[in-house]
Design a protein around this ligand. Sequence first.
Ligand code: FAD
Length: 456
Amino acid sequence: MHHVKREISGWGRFPRRTCRLYRPERCSSLQALIRSGQEESWIGRGLGRSYGDAALNSDQGVILCQRLDRFLGFDPGNGILHCEGGVTLAEILDTFLPRGWFLPVTPGTRFVTIAGAVAADIHGKNHHRDGTLSRHLEQINLWTADGRSLVCSPREQQDVFEATAGGMGLTGFIRSAALRLIPVQTTWMRVSYRRTRDLDETLQALQEADRQHYSVAWLDMLAGGRALGRGIVMAGEHAAIDELSPSQRRQPLSPPSKRQLPVPFNLPGLMLNRHSVGLFNTLYYRRAPSRPATRLVDVHSYFYPLDALQNWYRLYGKRGFLQYQCLFPPPQSRRGLTEVIERFRRAGHASFLTVLKRFGEEAGPLSFPQPGHTLTLDVPNTGRGLLDFLEEIDQLVLQLGGRVYLAKDARLSPQSFRRMYPRYPEWLRVKRRLDPENRFSSDLSRRLKIDAEVES
Ligand SMILES: Cc1cc2nc3c(=O)[nH]c(=O)nc-3n(C[C@H](O)[C@H](O)[C@H](O)COP(=O)(O)OP(=O)(O)OC[C@H]3O[C@@H](n4cnc5c(N)ncnc54)[C@H](O)[C@@H]3O)c2cc1C
């Protein structure tokens, strides 16, 4: 099959690698491709919204899902949608939201594919209540390394199902998945905002917000001392028809705003420096209502505020940025969060967007969430110094029993990975059974020395 050789990256633009890109038109040609032996190894790639090297395969085969994007079936009786792996969340929303159906779990962007979402076992603002995407899957259809088609689900081939959700594309190529959509009456969210004065108040408000369907906190990274960890806690619920104004009620499922502003070129990395990030943080904090307030907001503005700024990674300039997402289990959460925020502040690593969420139950062996708190920070890539600094943060996270999210990662060491994911041996047994020759591999899997011995 024809391929093109191209330098590509994940969303953070670090690292960039030259890969051979294949774009099959049909699932049947994919089977022949995997069996062909044309490449030493393969990895699937969706929309490239993972931040690091999960969907890269230097000088080897990357299979793009763009053309494998068909809806295969929908049952309006129970909301089960079966679709190919290349279907995007944006396409699902465009088609099914006007009919009163929403995604059971969604990340902070709608521009990800179903296959990418399954491979990362994504979580959303409702993890405390609804878990990761895998909890809402009826089944996954895989092409395995020997070109076989395999169906797995929570009832059938359960170990393959659990290893694939969160397995970062390394158990095989995800052809299609069936997921349960949830019914909604409107395209509006009822969102309550509460401004908090310090970390304790933020954690308390987040816990109270968990009574709602969705909850998240934005943290003001400029605030230190007693105000450290202050922010805005936002709790959300799908609005019912009777909460809308008379004019909104006439079309409760009218499409939400999809306006997108382009960032037309790379801005110098310095645009997002300590001062501009500080200013943004202060303005954002001040703009929130000083007393608790509730507003109706359309679903896109609530779930996908960053999607309104097309190619926003360009704000970070050519060197790109790293996103650090870690989690701390209780009872270490408070200490871990305080230390991480303090160390980022002290080191002068300005995080543009810092987000805190609470997690509920854990899922498969490589699925990221576990009970506790997860913190996400975006930092411009300043080179070696930043990488060394993040490695120190890894050690802190490890000491407190936490872990980092592979879908956001570009630099974790194989040793730290093994300690953060103690169920890795369980996952590896399934991987070796399905793919004894390690035909599905990526730059991430080689960096983490997946399927290789590592000295501790
Ligand atoms: C602005 C933004 C906000 C985000 N917010 C969240 C969030 O709130 N929660 C969250 O969990 N994540 C979040 N993410 C991360 C994102 O949801 C995941 O990285 C997701 O995997 C990206 O999907 P993708 O289609 O772009 O896949 P890619 O980035 O292309 O690939 C991701 C992984 O999926 C694998 N893959 C892709 N297609 C296939 C296939 N057909 N078969 C097998 N494996 C495949 C790849 O090999 C890779 O390991 C966010 C990302 C961005 C940019």
